[in-house]
Design a protein around this ligand. Sequence first.
Ligand SMILES: [Fe+2]
Length: 486
Amino acid sequence: MKYMSKVSGLWSLYFQFLFLTLILLCSLNSVLSRKTSSFARSEYPSVDIPLDNEVFAVPKGYNAPQQVHITQGDYDGKAVIISWVTTEQPGSSKVFYGDVEGTYDRSAEGKTTNYTYYKYQSGYIHHCVIDGLEYEKKYYYKIGTGDSAREFWFQTPPKIDPDTPYIFGIIGDLGQTYNSLSTFEHYLQSGAQSVLYLGDLSYADRYEHFDGVRWDSWGRFIERSAAYQPWIWSAGNHEIEYAPHLGEFITFKQFLHRYQRPHIASKSSSPLWYAIRRASAHIIVLSSYSPFVKYTPQWLWLYNELKRVDREKTPWLIIIMHAPIYNSNEAHYMEGESIRAVFESWFVHYKVDLVFAGHVHAYERSYRISNIKYNVTSGARYPLPDKSAPVYITVGDGGNQEGLAGRFLDPQPDYSAFREASYGHSTLELKNRTHALYRWNRNDDGNPVTVDHVVFYNQYWASNRRRRRLKKYHSSLNDMSYIVTY
Ligand SMILES: [Fe+2]
């Protein structure tokens, strides 16, 4: 008996040793699989495209609508907000629309606004909500009058359903340089159905007097996409435009006049933070530059919104904001730390899938990590692997006039999986409730080249068993560019 218990004790020790070795090897592997890509592509000088370039062309005709863009107009994707600008006179704010090309059997009346910013006087900015739309249907719409009328179309999303496939594009910090144009044209080829925009739009605040003319040119620049598919907006620091020296004290003035959000539908008190549901995703938009500490309106709103998330209907919980929480670039290092301290434990508790941010003009993807143990007096003071945590992705590489952020911290922190200082954009292809294909596409000699290619498993639906099965399947695809993230 004594002998048997000794043998079983030895076996137990042996298995413990094996187990610890395995853990050690796994963590070593995790450390070894960090990657800083040495590739650095800056194809064009970081200067804005001149205003007389055709990419900013003003549409022909007296008072013709320009800068046409749409965004989701409600919580669940059955409404659209259509916005445009007229310059000579207010004109009509009416949208004619229908589901047969050229037959506009319905109409909706919008509203007109305008503003001054220092010496700049904006055009007449129109916003019109059209609602009660059917899911998964192509609608045609017409704005403007007479010979100056313009026609566009958009496709409504599929109904809210956990397994409905959907493709989001992800763009940040775009600006209006030749690099921005390269990113934008690559995005147009991507097949994505709407854009999650990560803040910093026109960079008009880089001009003397924060020239609104560059807000106008940016609106015309993105129209080729934004008039046809919704761009979901979050605010960056370049939208703040707080300029007491110019007598401008209202923050986000130009941005908020031009780009509307359906914030009331998600019970938000501000268009700077809100949520929408689209296909199989629940998208939460946060504002890095609005109060977020405990008891502020944004904090209170997020507290309640996270409770409203129903992963049975929308398995994919995605957060977008401007300043990254995990960033190992020297540029803007630690700027997301304060918002991390407030919200990160919620992100882990609610098993957020992905957090996208911009701001840093480079690309970076983290592992699933969290830093929620530290409490000032004790606990781990650095990020640790955490299966419940989101993956943090920085896509601030749209191509604006400030150029690339090429200096990463050395050595690369353990939490950072991949990073590269090049321009580009991402796509997120939600396949069903269990997995999604993600790509970061670098601008490379006029072509979009997929450099970071990941299969993400859903944090709510993909059980360990299902993850193992999916991993086996994805490995069998024999495509070495796939990296599976647990
Ligand atoms: Fe920024």
